[in-house]
Design a protein around this ligand. Structure first.
Ligand code: PBG
Ligand code: ZN
Length: 324
């Protein structure tokens, strides 16, 4: 048998389109949004192309532009002006959700990131104990439940806890049910690793941890990348506690985990292509070292191939251009 074998289906563009197993569709993408209290004008997020720390006014305009670009699914991060140790005031973020809902109705799918690191004075994802040497799990879960209830009441389609405290999914699900909010989706950052690929986000949400002492980073609650078994335990637990959607984060560094877990736990899976991952692509393209569209497509395909049903991506709003 002479000649071509595997190459035959690669010869023509039309054939390549027909044999493709993984499709990229802007409808599978979720665009993160940051809305910051007390900003005079919106600011770019360092390292990311066309991603902003929005004011309430610029947020609505951004969502309009995104809808016009074919993006209608969002993950909102609210950044309040006042930082506290406890007794958080969620009024600012709640008001932004209410405004978006009034203005866009069911024309947008809106999730709220549920965490405390943009609200605490020390930037940790939960409350500290009295000695300030430990993130207190019980007190943190109680505060996360409050925030999730406030966002759900304000009308988000989905609450997405990103804190990594133990037991928060069950606690939030129970509280939503008791409050008559049983239709609110719960997306768990279940397999969230302690990663160095969150850099631009920390600037965007002003959430770098700085409690001093033993608490300089998030290693005491996020999963160690060298401990994939914990991602499995975390995902299984969150599924059992009532999550509707599970997430792996970051994306490319965790393709193996996404592959394993999505094949074994039959819930919808999200991949979070994080701020550091996006910055790496944007920097390659900006320096003439890679083609923006090809870089983006290849990474989105890899995430879909590994089992992601949906992708949270800072480049969602550029998808039409990148996928053209
Ligand atoms: C906060 C949160 C983080 C991200 C989403 N929610 C940062 C962190 O855990 O430090 C990461 C997003 C990104 O880098 O794009 N809990
Ligand atoms: Zn956090």
């Amino acid at each position: 048998m002479a000649g071509l074998s595997l190459r035959r289906t690669r010869l023509a563009a039309a054939t390549r389109e027909l044999v493709r197993e993984v499709d990229l569709d802007p409808r599978k993408l979720i665009q993160p949004l940051f809305v910051v209290e007390g900003l005079a004008a919106r600011e770019p997020v360092p390292g990311l192309s066309d991603v902003w720390r929005d004011t309430p006014e610029s947020l609505a305009r951004q969502v309009e532009a995104d809808l016009a670009a074919g993006v209608d699914k969002f993950l909102l991060f609210g950044v309040p002006e006042t930082r506290r140790e406890q007794s958080f005031d969620h009024g600012f973020t709640v008001a932004q959700i209410e405004v978006l809902r009034r203005r866009f109705g069911s024309g947008i799918w809106l999730a709220a990131d549920i965490c405390l690191c943009a609200a605490t004075s020390h930037g940790h994802c939960g409350l500290l104990n009295e000695a300030r040497d430990h993130v207190d799990n019980g007190a943190s879960v109680a505060a996360l439940v409050d925030y999730a209830l406030a966002c759900a009441t304000a009308g988000v389609d989905c609450v997405a806890p990103s804190d990594m405290m133990d037991g928060r999914i069950g606690a939030i699900r129970t509280a939503l049910q008791a409050a008559g909010l049983g239709r609110t989706l719960l997306m768990s950052y279940a397999a969230k690793f302690h990663s160095a690929f969150y850099g631009p986000f920390r600037l965007a949400a002003d959430s770098a941890p700085a409690a001093g002492g033993a608490l300089q980073d998030r290693a005491s609650y996020q999963i160690d990348p060298a401990r994939p078994t914990d991602a499995r335990r975390s995902a299984q637990r969150d599924a059992d506690e009532g999550a509707d959607i599970l997430m792996v984060k970051p994306g490319l560094p965790c393709l193996d985990v996404l592959r394993d877990l999505s094949a074994s736990i039959p819930l919808p899976w999200a991949a979070y292509q994080t701020s550091g991952e996006q910055a790496a692509l944007d920097l390659l393209a900006a320096n003439g070292l890679g083609d923006a569209a090809r870089l983006q497509r290849e990474t989105w395909i890899a995430l879909r191939r590994a089992g992601a049903d949906m992708i949270i991506s800072y480049a969602a709003r550029r998808a039409r251009t990148l996928l053209a």
